[in-house]
Design a protein around this ligand. Sequence first.
Ligand SMILES: Cc1cc2nc3c(=O)[nH]c(=O)nc-3n(C[C@H](O)[C@H](O)[C@H](O)COP(=O)(O)OP(=O)(O)OC[C@H]3O[C@@H](n4cnc5c(N)ncnc54)[C@H](O)[C@@H]3O)c2cc1C
Length: 450
Amino acid sequence: MIKKKILIIGAGPAGIGCALRLLEKGFQDFLIIEKNDYAGGLATTFTDENGFLWDIGGHVQFSHYKYFDDAMERSLGKDGWYHHQRESWVWIHDRFVPYPFQNNIHRLDPEIAQECMDTIKSRDLTAIPQNFKEWLTTQFGKKLCEIFMHPYNYKVWAYDSSKLLHNWVSERVAPIDEKVIEENLKLKRDQVSWGPNATFQFPKNGGTGAIWKSLASEIPKENIRYNQKLTSVDLKSKVITLDNGESLEFENLFSTMPLDQLCFLSKDIPDELNKMAKDFKHSSTHVVGIGVKGKLSPELKSKCWMYFPEDNCPFYRTTVFSNYSPNNVPSSEYYSLMTETSSSSDKIVNTEKLVEETIQGLKNTKLIPEDAHIVSQFYYSTEYGYPTPFLKRDEYLKEIIPFLEKHSVFSRGRFGAWKYEISNQDHTFMQGVEWSNFILDGVKEETFSI
Ligand SMILES: Cc1cc2nc3c(=O)[nH]c(=O)nc-3n(C[C@H](O)[C@H](O)[C@H](O)COP(=O)(O)OP(=O)(O)OC[C@H]3O[C@@H](n4cnc5c(N)ncnc54)[C@H](O)[C@@H]3O)c2cc1C
């Protein structure tokens, strides 16, 4: 039986980050097992039969780490990127409102804007929220939640926000500043930019997937196996089996597959932990891409992505993907819109009808004209799209992660760590890098903590 000091499950950003750091430190006794025939995981790009490129949902680059920035520059070169000013909008009440929504309520009808303002002012700031829904109401007030926060968050998360934790929020949701909102309302002034991703970069060629293809190509062929899937883990004997029947022994296992699945496939895991794993909640992401022949409407010319809280369309977000790079479409005669719809056991989506409903939704929200010349329709769905911050998440992670680590199994990455707040490409890549530093040199992992 082959034995490796380190086995890595998954060649997404986390697995690649782990492998590249091991190599950088001169360590070669590792092997990556990837079930797909390509690297990149959820950060992958597909080209459809009409030559349109599609990411698995709107992926933009913004980073919290110098090490990640250097890897990005290395992957595509300094000139391999377009740099964009983030321009995000909310489509509501038949009009666009710049994001962050609460700072731009002057765009709403005056009486609705005033009601938003009044209920912001009458918030009970002493209330201690028990879940994300209560947190939203405390932060944004009743009316703003009623028209935007509650319906929008249900569309994104596919669960009522009363079923979600609120402690992950921090920089993900724009903080509220009562005075600024009131002033913007009085002066009818827009306020557009917010947060760490006010600008972002995007590959000139090949979409987001090009980054990870390039970085994966730095890993020697003998260190990575594609089209092979982990099917079981024997925690006691430190052996995994693959779908081809082969067994591999490890000293340490770095897994980026979904944590609940890892538990189900692990032998000797206590029943109570398996029960917790069965309770984990995730949502699925459905990407519908529409390629159109013709000119983009002037309204959409500089927009990056838009949020949709209302029920006149199935999607919660649409990205003007041809604005990210002209090479995302076959030629300048075309433009492309990439939509994301979520589903879960609480929010069932009829996938048979989704493309049709998406096209109708794009018309209802005036993103494309009634007579749009649609030349391409793309559909891709991933069962594991968003790691839901369900109420018992942290409690369960505190039990499961240390148990696995006692058996030298380390679960990291978007669905390995199950922490939405550290699940973007920069975070997941760095989870891999930092774990390598930990396992080789004992350096504390900064990004991942439970
Ligand atoms: C809709 C959407 C929008 C996003 N937007 C952004 C964004 O704007 N900016 C950003 O930075 N990030 C974004 N992300 C997140 C980004 O895609 C993730 O950070 C990144 O892909 C996670 O990397 P990972 O390696 O942790 O996991 P994954 O990408 O999920 O990789 C895990 C790998 O493990 C493999 N695997 C699973 N099970 C097995 C098995 N049994 N055996 C072998 N291999 C297995 C999978 O095939 C996969 O390749 C978005 C993600 C989604 C879904």
